[in-house]
Design a protein around this ligand. Sequence first.
Ligand code: FAD
Length: 478
Amino acid sequence: MHWRERLQALFGERAQFQGDVLSEHGRDGGASAGFGPFLHTRPSAVVWPESAGEVIELVRIAAEAGVPLVPRGGATSPWGGALPVRGGIAVNFSRMARVLEVDPTTQTVTVEPGVTWNRVEEALLAHSLALRLLPTSAPRSTVGGWVAEDGAGLGSYQYGYLHSNLQSVEMVTATGETLRSAGNDLRLVCGLEGITGLITRVTLKVAREAPLSVWALAYLSQAELIRALHLVFDSDWPLWHVAFRNAEASNEAPVGANRHGFADDMGILVLMSRDPDRHALDAQVDALARFTGGRVLAPHQAVAEWDDRFAAMESSLVIPGALQRRLVLPRYGLTPLVEDLAELQHPVALQGVGVMGEEVAVHAFAPSFLSRRQAERALATLEERVGRYGGHPYSIGLLRAHEAARILGPRQMRELIAWKKRYDPRHLLNPGKVLPSPGISWRVRAALAWSHVVGTPGPAAVPSRPEGERVRPETRVS
Ligand SMILES: Cc1cc2nc3c(=O)[nH]c(=O)nc-3n(C[C@H](O)[C@H](O)[C@H](O)COP(=O)(O)OP(=O)(O)OC[C@H]3O[C@@H](n4cnc5c(N)ncnc54)[C@H](O)[C@@H]3O)c2cc1C
């Protein structure tokens, strides 16, 4: 039987082979905007599995027929990780979206991969628990998608990167085997965008829920903002989340934040704590502002910063993948980086989160008033400087696969290549992602060069993304 017939027999209506749904699965949160004629990202089929057992069957059918499988969560990743570049079957996990077990004793939650982060938070709150960390794409992005991407987000100041907060992950390899990873083995799952396996179940470590206190400080001087950030990093304040953005990011609302407009032309430092003693921190934040020339924003303005945490996700604007960067930088690289940026001819919008007081995870994007050429030049300089100060890009996806060796380093590359030889020698799982693929890498470069020549401008001109979920967990904030 042909693989399509086998899928039809197994999945019925949950396997589709034609229509708009195929084109929809050829788009994502940024990379697909402006690819032009060089890169076709339409799958040959879309399948919606409902259980790990069905995923195993699906993998067997695809493997026997030699058809690629491309996992897809909320498709918010801007680096093309969820795009099918060799046709094949898009595996849409939206019907594997259950919260399976909340365990208050061990403080863990076990979920299926297609559940959104906000849904998990909502389920946890009913048990007086909360996520340790979540991405600012939480209304739409899925647990499986973020595990496959890895990264930092809200809460990373206290809890670090996502991979440090996973109890275990189950995935189905291209051979149809189910592997359960924990501890150090998670390095063969996290950040690898599904090329080692389709994630079918995740157990997350979670925390006790406690009300959040929020402070926001405004700065006219970028240097003072960074000085304040260092002082916070050096302190022993019990903070859950530390975020900052420069004035250019404030002015790019709502792609940046500042939806209410009271932070125009100002850099912002946001501090959040779950510590019950808010008053002790009130006094320290006041002292910090006095010492660094910042202004403590009114409580309702600070709370608005929290309310705006998903503003970029909930807006319909999309930044093309080529016009943004996600980078990790040791904290001491930040001061020289910001000094260098001040010298640049064209500014860059910068927003970042502190990761355990050691590093900053930075999201940089081009302000919408720059031309494509200016934006690319500014971002290329930024990335070069980040490298100079000990940082590196993260999230490889499709767009950066040709730089995988540099980003992953020789050891992880060797390990990954050995894994692929053992489990997926034909590269059926998400081909073209993370590991460079000769037939695809040149197309990506050509597509990027094409969009450069055609000159798609900044964020506002890019087609809108589909509606995200409007789940808003009722976190207690003051
Ligand atoms: C507005 C906005 C805010 C963001 N904020 C953050 C942030 O705070 N921190 C951060 O790190 N990133 C952030 N991102 C990037 C992105 O949203 C995250 O990486 C996100 O978690 C990806 O989840 P997703 O469900 O959308 O995955 P997708 O985009 O669908 O997929 C991402 C990758 O995971 C793979 N994948 C998906 N599901 C599975 C599965 N079940 N098994 C195996 N592989 C799978 C896909 O093939 C792809 O390679 C943001 C993006 C946007 C647009």
